[in-house]
Ligand binder design. Structure first.
Ligand code: ADP
Ligand code: MG
Length: 463
């Protein structure tokens, strides 16, 4: 116990240890608890380990196998630090240790977790499925994927901070967590913290109520890699914004890696203070775009292989043609088909697929940009290509702006996605267009009826 102390530290590790054990005790039988914990005692800790005295190597190995992972996870949750549990074989209080159970088989052996020997047990906040190796690369995501891989190789050194933005179900969470999983496995001394803004907010509020603000701050400010998902939910949460701002500064100054995700570009996050916007815009901002047909096909094929089902290629093609803008929906469609084929025990045909997936194919996106463009172009006597094209004469630019404005209004698409369909324009162009139309609407009373007429025609054609 030379360099370990049981007190004198900012943290009272013994309190964390006792809480972790109490928590575990509520999950196991009293007999189990007595067998393994009554002969063991807390010996001390530093900021990387908690040391325990155990009466024999038999005890050590049993406790190690059965409870170490759980206890370490609890300790992490309580202290915000990765504390390893180490053992010292020593009789406690000079008294005879509780004898080990007569038969080691007294308790049923625990199921082995199916992980390879070299892997660490899973990180408490990360889904182990979200790995780089399971992320299919395509044109729309390769920049984001490669940046994420580079970050995971060199946390804190490249692209710091990094923000990945894009529509729902395009892989933002997958990429953030893949960074986390890779660092967690490769750099075992680095502390990885992943959190959604929702959880961050709830924990923050709770910590104010419980007066445990120090614990909350420590958990986030001691991170080496901090991954925060869905920062669009910071909108309207002033106190949380402030807390995150300070966390950001502390980590940034210490060269710690941060990565964020958002469903839209930072410039479109409303009601965030400039100083926070400015922080997010530092470093690298990358746009995650919907996968093209080939990428969707590859993603679906990978999921099919993983699930071990058989789906004919024409069915995969049908799904990929009809579900275009969201990988999560691709997965859901596959899940539904798999369930169907398992239940009725039939192979999936094109007919079955189009019948069973009808709701996926027609539900979202019933107003397409294509229809918006066609209706607007028609109304102004232009061709759709002119509307999407490069020319910027007034006679074309105004209808183009109007179409973008309507698209923003009647679809769920982001300015990035809209820009893409208008001749590959930047999202800022779409934003400016929308602003201009909105301004003109205020001063020109003839505009409103035009917009309503167009919107009505568009929705009628889409229904
Ligand atoms: P987001 O956070 O952007 O809403 P997710 O990361 O939750 O999206 O992705 C939705 C689902 O699609 C997840 O199951 C994810 O694994 C999967 N997914 C997204 N992009 C890919 C990809 N390129 N390759 C494989 N799976 C993907
Ligand atoms: Mg997500």
């Amino acid at each position: 116990m030379d360099n370990l102390s049981s007190n004198g530290s900012v943290w009272d590790y013994e309190v964390f240890w006792n809480e972790a054990v109490t928590h575990l005790r509520s999950e196991i039988s009293e007999q189990e608890y007595q067998t393994w914990f009554s002969g063991m005692s807390y010996a001390g800790a530093d900021d990387s380990q908690v040391q325990l005295n155990v009466p024999s190597s038999f005890y050590r190995d049993q406790v190690d196998q059965r409870y170490r992972t759980k206890l370490e996870e609890s300790l992490f949750d309580l202290s915000g630090q990765h504390l390893r549990i180490t053992f010292e074989i020593r009789r406690t209080n000079g008294a005879a240790a509780v004898p080990p159970p007569a038969e080691p088989q007294i308790l049923p052996p625990q199921a082995e977790t199916p992980i390879t020997r070299a892997e660490r047990p899973r990180h408490a906040q990360l889904n182990p499925e979200y790995r780089f190796s399971r992320f299919v690369e395509g044109d729309g995501n390769s920049f984001a994927l490669n940046a994420a891989v580079a970050i995971a190789k060199n946390p804190g050194r490249t692209y710091n901070p990094c923000l990945i933005y894009g529509g729902v179900g395009l892989g933002k969470t997958h990429l953030l967590q893949a960074i986390g999983n890779a660092v967690y496995q490769e750099y075992r001394d680095l502390k990885v913290v992943y959190v959604t803004v929702e959880t961050f907010t709830n924990e923050f509020i709770q910590s104010i109520k419980d007066k445990t603000g120090h614990r909350f701050k420590n958990r986030y400010r001691s991170a080496d890699v901090l991954l925060i998902d869905d920062i669009q939910f910071l909108q309207g949460k002033t106190e949380t914004q402030q807390e995150l701002f300070h966390t950001f500064n502390a980590l940034y100054d210490a060269n710690k890696q941060m990565a964020f995700s958002s469903d839209r570009p930072v410039s479109e996050l409303k009601s965030l203070p400039d100083r926070l916007i400015n922080r997010f815009e530092r470093g690298l901002n990358i746009d995650l775009q919907p996968p093209d047909y080939e990428t969707r096909f590859a993603i679906l094929t990978q999921k099919i292989d993983e699930n071990g089902v058989t789906v004919p290629n024409d069915v995969i093609g049908l799904i990929c043609q009809n579900i275009q803008s969201n990988v999560r929906d691709l997965e859901k469609a596959l899940t539904k088909l798999t369930a169907y084929s398992n239940l009725v025990n039939r192979t999936i045909t094109l007919d079955i697929a189009s019948r069973e997936l009808r709701e996926f194919f027609s539900a979202p996106m019933n107003v397409s940009l294509d229809t918006i463009q066609r209706v607007t172009a028609d109304y102004f006597g232009l061709s759709q290509n002119e509307l999407k094209g490069k020319k910027r004469t007034r006679a074309i630019a105004f209808p183009r702006h109007l179409a973008m404005y309507i698209a923003r209004d009647v679809t769920e698409l982001s300015t990035t996605e809209i820009g893409l369909e208008f001749g590959g324009r930047d999202h800022t162009t779409v934003m400016h267009a929308c602003q201009r139309v909105a301004e003109r609407k205020r001063t020109d009373p003839t505009l409103e009826p035009v917009i309503s007429h167009l919107t009505r025609t568009i929705t009628r054609r889409s229904g």
